[in-house]
Design a protein around this ligand. Structure first.
Ligand code: MF3
Ligand code: CO
Length: 248
């Protein structure tokens, strides 16, 4: 069941979205080679707590941290660790979720650390562009397949591939609500988005093949060919004539 948010509920989701964005901005300012992914997790946890908010990932299905920190070939759900030191030339995807006054925000960015290869630079740029292409002409009444079509055509026309095994999602009081939001698909297909729906659009784009492996730590998702992957996500609300990005 897809829940429509009232104006009052949207006002609350704006608040949780703003805190979610602030966490990513903070990490973007702090991240550098030599830090561990656990250092970044602590920064996120401390900031979220200082706002009187709750890190939504912590304890979710037993997940042990407040952020996901996914380096290079890790697509998503990398578990922060004191043993994982960030190195020059890596791309690090940080995904974070915040609950504030009972409402969720969810967003991700991929940060480039030091001197990264031209391929990684292009991958990060194209992944961000995939999100913005997806929302370009999205509004009340748009079929959800338009999102997947926009992401897939932009990624593939740049020589990259779209992860199929994971999707975006509705979001509200729960982190994962209906509908599922695939990053591949055909224009004009699927349910129609309506004003007041709130969804997380999150392209996961691979430099090589689209296939992924699930590692035995129970969380980490890596590319089958171990080539790099990037992730970019925002929580957005559908409005009459377009979308409102709640985490930007
Ligand atoms: N934020 C992820 C998503 O976009 C989910 C993270 S799973 C968790 O769907 F366990 F880390 F919380
Ligand atoms: Co999400």
């Amino acid at each position: 069941m897809i829940k429509i948010k009232t104006e009052r509920e949207l006002a609350l989701m704006r608040e949780s979205g703003r805190l979610t964005k602030n966490v990513l901005d903070l990490i973007g300012r702090e991240i550098k080679a030599g830090m561990t992914t656990k250092d970044l997790d602590r920064i996120a946890y401390d900031y979220i707590k200082s706002c009187g908010a709750t890190p939504s990932f912590l304890g979710y299905c037993g997940y042990p941290a407040s952020i996901c920190a996914s380096i290079d070939e890790t697509v998503v759900h990398g578990i922060p660790s004191d043993d994982v030191v960030i190195k020059n030339g890596q791309i690090v995807s940080i995904d974070v979720g915040v609950i504030y006054n009972g409402w969720q925000g969810d967003a991700a960015r991929t940060f480039m650390v030091g001197d990264v290869s031209d391929e990684k630079k292009k991958l990060v740029k194209v992944t961000e562009e995939c999100f913005f292409k997806a929302i370009e002409d999205l509004c009340d009444g748009s079929p959800i397949g338009n999102i997947g079509y926009a992401v897939q055509s932009h990624a593939e026309s740049n020589g990259f591939s779209v992860v199929r095994a994971l999707t975006g999602h509705g979001i509200g009081r729960e982190m994962h609500e209906d509908p599922s939001v695939p990053n591949y698909g055909r224009r004009g297909t699927g349910i129609r988005l309506k004003k007041g729906m709130v969804i997380a659009i999150e392209p996961m784009i691979n430099a090589g093949v689209y296939g992924v492996d699930f590692l035995s730590d129970g969380w980490s998702v890596v590319t089958k060919d171990r080539r790099p992957s990037a992730h970019y996500e925002n929580t957005i609300a559908i409005t009459d004539d377009g979308v409102e990005i709640l985490t930007l």
